[in-house]
Write a protein that binds this ligand. Structure first.
Ligand code: PEP
Ligand code: MN
Length: 668
């Protein structure tokens, strides 16, 4: 046996042990369920999850494993455990007899893939059967030819699939589950051929709609609607015509022996389709499983009727996850409302709400109550990651605004006394939370931004920053990587589960930048660029507005007012230092502005100690001082090799400095 073979054998042995350990852990599902039952503990205990993750990270660190890796692995393991426990409580999917599952299309269609995902624990007991139309899928279930049917209801790019909604309102089936599938479209052809050779592309109209941008770049190519993505793939194989291609799943490509010419053709990277699983009978879900309930209702055609119905849900503290209206056939301009909400019909609070809702509606049909696919992931406690006890930020008084005449309204505490909390992919900015945003001044390369992202996540930072369009004093300085930078930033954010923030310089770029960035930054130099403020005010993306270096707080708040006035209420303010006669620091950090802003406005307030300091040695002291005056977070520049940085290298914290800062902020 040579050396490599020996090492490989050792690796195989370790992998075997990992698998055995995973199997043992999964098999604990039923035991832990029973124990939880006896103790009356809920299925999920997020406090315990936070603590477990924090401890695992600390332990992993002592073994040389990074926090992100440990978090990722254990998120999967914890998710699997929760799913196992839920499956134990769900009778229908535990039955051992053969199940027939109907879907629209042929094998390799996305509905088929969604079905495989849904039934992944019992695939050997499932027989899939494809049908040409959604209606036939529903018929198959209604008539007992299949126990389950899979129906797509909405796609995050192309929207609702109305035909399915219309079918659901009158079908004799019940929703018993949901599945969400990430849709990654591929261009499939009979052989490896240059894109220029392709003249016609076949696919389902929904798939074509999701790849509009890709298709618009091919002027000599015709997009041809086809019954189904997988059937399109099959046809490309049968015709064996090298000018023909299909858009479909990689799975369909493999199944029908096609070459994948391109991947990820979808306009939006976050392209998901939600599928419903229907059955003839309802299958009551255990009260401990977080469920969704779907219903369709009509309200009297009179003033306030919909509001009254929705208020009933609100009164019962019911959280809606979807509201869709569809025209009622044969009744012009009258609508049916489809509602999904979080809750289990077995819960008295929900059944009471439904009872009241019945009297506020002209018709109401519960389409089903089923386990929710969305299982939130718990974040590890930062304190346990950095080793120490939590420190609290300075208490903030939320007394009323002083009575001075002001020209802004919407940003004022008088118009909204409670704090605005901005939610960005599970990260909360505002209220009692304190978040740290960190990353390089500018995205410079794939390697640089990935290294930064990894370090930010490792240290408990919650959001990744990185400039792609840089407002530089000199036109000869590095101006940022532009759109290429955006791709890299988004990739790094995805890789490490961090929302990303980047600056937008021009009104014309707002829409495109918003496709990549979770938060848009308006830099100090643009605080009063009113056309830019108007433009970001029109979109639905959080904005971080930096204080102009020569601006008063009144001007700052009025700039924010522009964004709110245009309709975007998700604005956070950032103090980053102002210009004074002092030149020892790059700018003078106006810490006095923080308690004042907190009193004047309900918007979240962040501090950027990096652009105030201008030199790394002052960043940590300023950050710690800032933390003490009660902002909602910090935005800090870091760089793996500040000497090599293409912008703002002198103020970038080195990686160990950032780890130290996080210890100072969160540690004992
Ligand atoms: C930045 O955040 O990189 C930046 C340019 O900041 P400011 O607008 O505060 O100068
Ligand atoms: Mn900078």
């Amino acid at each position: 046996m040579d050396e490599l073979e020996e090492i490989r054998n050792d690796i195989d042995a370790v992998d075997g042990k990992i698998l055995e350990a995973l199997a043992v852990r999964r098999n604990m599902a039923s035991r832990v369920l029973e124990a939880k039952d006896r103790k009356g503990v809920p299925l999920r205990d997020t406090l315990r999850e936070e603590e477990v993750l924090g401890n695992l990270i600390a332990r992993g660190r002592s073994l040389g494993l990074d926090a992100h890796f440990v978090t990722r692995v254990f998120h999967e393991i914890i998710d699997d455990a929760i799913r196992s426990q839920q499956l134990h409580l769900t009778a229908a999917r535990n039955e051992s007899e053969l199940k027939r599952v109907a879907f629209q299309g042929i094998e390799g269609a996305y509905s088929h893939l969604a079905g495989q995902k849904f039934f992944d624990r019992s695939l050997d007991q499932v027989l899939f059967a494809g049908y040409p139309t959604f209606e036939q899928v529903v018929d198959a279930v209604e008539q007992g030819m299949a126990e389950f049917g899979i129906l797509p209801v909405e796609n995050t790019t192309a929207g609702s699939i109305n035909e399915v909604y219309d079918l659901l309102s009158c079908a004799q089936v019940s929703i018993v589950g949901e599945e969400v599938l990430r849709i990654e479209h591929c261009l499939l052809a009979a052989n490896e051929v240059p894109l220029a050779n392709i003249r016609r592309i076949l696919s389902h109209p929904q798939a074509l709609a999701q790849c509009m941008k890709f298709l618009s770049q091919l002027p000599n190519c015709e997009a041809v609607p086809h019954i189904d993505t997988a059937m399109a793939a099959q046809k490309v194989k049968e015709d064996n015509d090298l000018t023909l291609a299909a858009i479909g799943s990689e799975d369909a490509g493999r199944r029908y022996g096609l070459a994948v010419l391109y991947r990820n053709l979808e306009d939006q990277q976050n392209n998901y389709t939600r599928f419903l699983v229907v059955a003839r009978k309802t299958s009551p879900a255990d009260i401990r499983i977080p469920c969704k309930t779907s219903l369709v209702m009509a309200v009297p055609h009179e003033e306030g009727a919909l509001l009254k119905a929705l208020s009933l849900l609100h009164e019962h503290k019911i959280n809606l996850s979807k509201l869709e209206s569809r025209p009622i056939p044969g009744m012009p301009f009258q609508y049916l409302f489809y509602i999904d909400f979080e809750g289990n019909t077995a819960d008295p609070r929900i059944s009471e709400a439904l009872r009241k809702l019945r009297s506020a509606t002209t018709s109401l049909k519960v389409l089903g109550c089923y386990p929710s696919q969305h299982r939130s992931r718990t974040s590890p406690r930062i304190q346990s990651m950095v080793g120490g006890a939590p420190q609290t930020a300075a208490p903030s008084e939320s007394a009323a605004e002083p009575s001075i005449t002001v020209s802004y309204k919407l940003v004022s505490r008088t118009s909204k006394p409670e704090d605005t909390i901005i939610h960005v992919n599970g990260v909360k900015i505002g209220g009692d939370d304190f978040v740290v945003i960190a990353g390089p001044c500018a995205v410079e390369s794939r390697e640089q931004i990935l290294r930064c992202a990894r370090h930010v996540s490792e240290c408990g930072g919650k959001i990744l920053r990185g400039g792609c369009f840089k407002p530089r004093t000199s036109p000869y300085s590095f101006q940022g990587l532009g759109f290429e930078g955006l791709e890299l930033l988004a990739e790094a954010g995805r890789e490490y589960d961090l929302p990303v923030i980047t600056e937008v310089l021009s009104p014309a770029d707002v829409e495109v930048v918003a496709r990549y960035a979770d938060i848009l930054q308006i830099g100090a130099r643009n605080m009063q660029n009113f056309s830019l403020l108007n433009e970001v005010g029109r979109i639905n993306r959080p904005v971080l507005l930096k204080r102009g270096m020569m601006s008063t707080l009144d001007e700052f708040l009025n700039a924010a007012e522009y964004i709110l006035d245009r309709g975007n209420h998700q604005v956070m303010l950032c103090e980053r230092g102002i210009r004074t006669f002092e030149t020892a620091t790059r700018n003078t950090l106006d810490l006095g502005s923080i308690p004042i802003l907190r009193r004047l406005t309900h918007l979240p307030i962040l501090v950027d100690p990096s652009h105030a300091a201008g030199r790394r040695e002052w960043v940590i002291p300023l950050a710690v001082a800032a933390h003490a005056v009660g902002p909602h977070g910090l935005i800090v520049e870091i760089h793996p090799e500040p000497e090599e940085a293409l912008s703002d290298g002198t103020q970038a914290l080195r990686f160990p400095d950032f780890a130290e800062l996080m210890r100072r902020l969160y540690g004992a």
